[in-house]
Design a protein around this ligand. Structure first.
Ligand SMILES: Cc1ncc(COP(=O)(O)O)c(C=O)c1O
Length: 463
């Protein structure tokens, strides 16, 4: 047998770059360290991270209490398998999160990332129905223009057209409805008129789909409460989630709300659902729970779902990951959640969020490229347009939002660009989601750089 010796240098001069890059056509700056809202690369260039990475580094960089808590836990017990053991930090964080969530959301299940959290929720919904004798309930309904992750299950229920397309043949059968983008209603309804009717048109469409498919086949409905990366902070009408809740109750469908981006204070409350008066059966979270200090996510499960699991499923969820409840990640989460509380981070988020929207309204008067401004807390977005007054977007191939973000990066700030805002292909937006700890001076810097970047972007206009 030939044994391959991997220790022999393949590349003695180390010319070959071993990283499998996100995009091999790009050259990425290398980050040396971060402090607060800033990142510094190895060429000493400073970036104000107005996107918190992927809206994950909610507390900014360099918080010693979180780093210390992780180090302490790593020294104590770096890993235990949740099939055999639990840890004190896991218990304490679950308690904190359970207390934070509205009743009857009570039981906390940990995963490493948001995609895993949504996979877990879809599987739990399926098991819930099966355990109760409803073996035919297997289909999930998602929404176009919502993002729930990149694993096959989460990608299938998600509605990100570009990410789905290469994998279409392998996706799990799912039905989709449109999300309530009232400003450009995909069902061509009049916003005011629709809002006054007893049932919103898009909720009616969801009901029609349920009836036509047969509620006996439908397991869950999943949505983001406020659409993040796909549409740039689109807020639903006040009653939307309540009406969806009522449908789910009527047809015995579990309601899953994906708060991976919106959770942990991002929209000004612990969870965005608090602002809409509807409580799902399963709420998924991620990103901000550890302030981005460690891979951590999960789901909060309603009492009746867990009661069913105990009664009808022998108490076992047939699922699990090696790194579920990883002690070091959970220790980071516990320290982060305490930091949110102690530093009154949500108060700052609301204050800075209001200020940001007002400042964007001022910029809007100067920049024809700023269309509708929307969002809650520090999840704020705007439509990036060629000409707002003529209601014209840039063609998709122009890559407008990416271009604007590149201008901003040169000037020292990072935003979260997005495209396909209207229908998965047309339209651009820019999402702004700085750490929730941002100060007023830092926010002024964000606005100033955005102003300059927009000016350069508009002058560049080559379409
Ligand atoms: C709303 C939402 N759900 C799920 C995910 C997937 O999370 P992860 O990338 O941690 O798997 C994301 C990530 O951007 C998200 O924004």
């Amino acid at each position: 047998m030939e044994i391959l010796d991997g220790t022999k240098r393949k590349d003695p001069l180390q010319k070959h770059d071993p990283i499998f890059h996100r995009d091999f056509s790009k050259k990425y700056p290398v980050i040396d360290y971060g402090k607060g809202v800033y990142l510094f690369d190895t060429d000493s260039k400073k970036y104000l991270d107005a996107s918190s990475g992927a809206v994950a580094a909610n507390l900014g960089h360099g918080i010693e209490a979180i780093a210390d808590a992780m180090a302490e836990q790593a020294k104590k017990a770096a890993f235990v398998h949740t099939l055999r053991f639990e840890t004190q930090v896991q218990y304490e964080l679950a308690r904190e999160i359970s207390d934070m969530a509205p009743d009857p959301l009570r039981y906390v299940y940990f995963t490493s990332g948001g995609s895993e959290a949504n996979e877990s929720a879809l599987k739990l919904a399926r098991q819930y129905h099966r355990d109760r004798g409803n073996k035919e309930k297997y289909l999930n309904i998602g929404r176009w223009q919502s993002y729930h992750g990149n694993t096959m299950g989460s990608l299938s229920v998600g509605g990100d057209v570009k990410r789905r397309q290469p994998y279409t043949p392998s996706l799990i059968k799912t039905d989709h409805v449109y999300s309530p983008y009232c400003h450009r209603c995909p069902y061509h309804q009049n916003e005011e008129h629709c809002g006054r009717s007893e049932q919103l048109h898009c909720v009616g469409e969801l009901e029609r789909l349920i009836i036509e498919t047969g509620p006996e086949f439908i397991s869950s409905f999943i949505c983001e409460p406020i659409v993040g990366s796909q549409q740039g902070a689109v807020v639903p009408p006040e009653d939307y989630l309540k009406q969806v809740r009522a449908l789910c109750d009527r047809y015995d469908i579990l309601m899953i709300v994906d708060e991976v981006m919106t959770g942990f204070g991002r929209t000004g409350t612990h969870f965005a659902i608090e602002q809409f008066g509807a409580i799902p059966d399963i709420l998924t979270f991620g990103k901000g729970v550890s302030g981005g200090y460690a891979p951590l996510a999960g789901m909060i499960v309603s009492e009746h779902v867990v009661e069913s699991l105990k009664r009808n499923g022998q108490g076992k969820f047939i699922h699990g990951f090696t790194f579920s409840g990883h002690p070091v990640s959970v220790a980071a989460g516990l320290a982060a959640v305490r930091y949110y509380k102690d530093q009154r981070v949500l108060d700052n988020c609301r204050k800075q969020g209001e200020y940001l929207v007002q400042a964007l309204q001022v910029l809007q008067a100067r920049h024809r490229s700023i269309g509708q401004i929307r969002g809650r807390g520090l999840l704020v977005g705007f439509e990036l347009m060629k000409d707002r007054d003529q209601d014209v977007f840039y063609p998709p191939e122009y890559g407008a939002s990416e271009l604007l973000n590149q201008q901003a990066m040169k000037l020292g700030a990072i935003f979260y660009p997005g495209a396909g805002t209207i229908d998965g292909k047309q339209g651009d937006h820019l999402l702004i989601g700085p750490p929730l700890t941002i100060t007023s001076d830092e926010m002024n810097e964000v606005i100033h750089i955005l102003d300059l970047a927009l000016t350069e972007f508009e002058q560049l206009d080559q379409v």
